[in-house]
Write a protein that binds this ligand. Structure first.
Ligand code: ZN
Length: 287
């Protein structure tokens, strides 16, 4: 646990052995609001990825939706314990199910916002080829209705939230949701600290672009804290290390391809849990 973050357990019931497609049958931790400032909270626990909540002057903005009703109910309850201002916006950092499945459990009066590529990916067939559930008319009002290409600011009264797109990477539509007063950016799955980076090639994600995208992010915003969907909060040094490690992997794969090694031989040169990432890099270089 990050020592600098005061932990507030807002809701404390444990959901045991509730199984869904994201939980692999394990009990989820209760939803927790971790205070970053009086207005900004990271939302951990529950089913699905970590997200955030920002309390503006006249409303609340949520970052990523978690993935089931119980978790969303706990998020809403947590917000209600901090403020009675309405939840106005829900911003998706990208299109993965563990970040967007819960949209449908928020009130339909919430405005859903995402990058234009992320909205397209809502309708992308799943990795196994089955059609997207978001095609269904019953979910239409929970799909992002406002999109942007490079940048968009959302004002909650006098408070500005900066949505920024720096390019393709983990998917084609990942963004940074930046809070300048807190120097904190929510970047979804663009950084993993404890496991290899996921690159969703089937959606158009690309590791070589991911390096460029993160580099551009560091050059463009002066964030000091980066909240991740699945890791502890990262700092600029963590992001730079992540970029360097990714470049080193890419260079090694390139050299091994030049040495006429097969994919299996190349994978065996890396850690077992890096196999998916190495295959993605291999396909990018061979393309
Ligand atoms: Zn995720």
């Amino acid at each position: 646990m990050n020592k600098n973050i005061k932990l507030i357990v807002i809701s404390a019931f444990l959901l045991l052995f509730v199984s869904n497609s994201f939980g692999q049958g394990r009990g989820a931790q209760p939803v927790q609001f971790k205070k970053i400032s009086d207005r900004l909270f990271e939302i951990a626990g529950g089913r699905g990825a970590q997200g955030g909540a920002y309390i503006g002057d006249n409303g609340v903005l949520i970052i990523d939706a978690k993935s089931d009703k119980q978790s969303v109910d706990q998020v809403i309850k947590g917000v209600r314990q901090i403020t009675d201002k309405p939840i106005k916006y829900l911003v998706s950092t990208h299109s993965d199910g563990d970040h967007i499945s819960g949209n449908r459990y928020f009130p339909a009066t919430v405005t859903f916002v995402a990058h234009e590529n992320c909205r397209k990916e809502y309708f992308h067939p799943k990795q196994d080829g089955t059609p997207s559930e978001w095609e269904g008319p019953e979910l239409a009002s929970f799909v992002p209705s406002i999109t942007f290409s490079d940048k968009m600011d959302i004002y909650l009264g006098s408070k500005k939230v900066e949505l920024r797109y720096f390019g393709v990477g983990h998917t084609t539509g990942d963004i940074a949701v930046y809070f300048p007063e807190e120097k904190t950016a929510f970047i979804g799955d663009q950084i993993f600290l404890t496991r290899p980076q996921l690159i969703h090639s089937y959606k158009g994600g690309n590791s070589i672009e991911h390096v460029k995208t993160l580099t551009k992010m560091l050059q463009t915003i002066d964030a000091e804290k980066f909240c991740s969907g699945h890791s502890e909060t990262a700092d600029r040094k963590n992001i730079n290390i992540h970029i360097d490690q990714m470049k080193k992997r890419q260079e090694k794969v390139k050299t091994l391809i030049e040495d006429r090694k097969s994919l299996e031989e190349i994978k065996s040169e890396f850690k077992e849990n890096e196999a998916r990432l190495i295959e993605a890099i291999y396909n990018e270089i061979r393309r």
